[in-house]
Design a protein around this ligand. Structure first.
Ligand code: ZN
Length: 249
């Protein structure tokens, strides 16, 4: 799919006449001139969630899940309790080329600790001016036999079971990756608890930047690319809605 098709679909489902509850902003442009968008919904001052996708250009399911959530107004029931910020596609050049990396062949999700990161990363970082309660990043894994997630939350968080709850709801759509080790990290029933302190790490993915910025609960959600797109999209949509349903503050 072309990025222009994504933009057209977004524009259709966030038409200002029908959606006065929603604000669309162009944060900036990618290296090849494609707009990087931010969508803001709900009431400021409530619980804040960031939903982001497409930082890896060859993982489109997250972008399509966001389109589905918007098109079907599935986020509407939450807007009295949440301010929802959406970054629907952080790497449009990669999306257009079907590559993980951006137009400069950089993996953007490794650059969040740099003092002078690539433009797309700077734009993503710019939405963290006010801390979030919850951040969800939508990814895909081409090698995984099922859905899994990375969780990083503050010590003793009342939301420490939230990852498990999300995966329980996923099983109706696709299997959960039950491997004891996923991507070189210990996993329990599809949950990888990020144990390291971000300051000990040489590089940060977006989730650790988010944690560093004061987000109490950060998830990186990985759908399995071996399943049909409709299932991958349904899995991510279900995960987002489960997180909104069960997050406690
Ligand atoms: Zn990814």
């Amino acid at each position: 799919m072309k990025y222009s098709t994504v933009l057209n679909q977004l524009e259709r489902c966030i038409h200002p006449v029908t959606r006065s509850d929603l604000k669309l902003q162009v944060l900036g442009k990618s290296l090849n001139g494609r707009p990087i968008l931010k969508i803001q919904m709900g009431i400021q001052g409530r619980r804040r969630i960031l939903l982001s996708a497409g930082i890896h250009g060859d993982e489109p399911a997250g972008i399509f899940a966001i389109l589905q959530l918007l098109e079907q107004s599935l986020l509407a029931p939450y807007l009295n309790h949440w301010e929802i910020i959406i970054l629907p596609c952080l790497n449009p050049d990669g999306f257009e080329q079907g590559t993980r990396n951006n137009a400069e062949d950089i993996d953007l999700n490794r650059q969040f600790k740099l003092l002078n990161p690539p433009l797309e990363v700077k734009l993503a970082q710019s939405v963290f001016d006010i801390p979030f309660d919850l951040t969800l990043e939508l990814h895909e894994d081409i090698d995984s036999p099922g859905y899994y997630l990375y969780q990083k939350s503050i010590t003793g968080s009342i939301n420490h079971q939230l990852g498990k709850k999300i995966l329980q709801k996923i099983t109706a759509i696709m299997p959960v990756n039950q491997q004891a080790e996923i991507d070189g990290m210990p996993a329990t029933n599809g949950v990888i608890d990020r144990l390291k302190d971000p300051v000990e790490m040489d590089f940060w993915p977006m989730a650790l930047f988010s944690f560093h910025k004061g987000t109490s609960c950060c998830f990186t959600l990985e759908t399995a690319s071996k399943f049909p797109m409709t299932d991958r999209v349904a899995g991510h949509s279900r995960a987002v809605l489960t997180a909104l349903n069960h997050f406690q503050s």
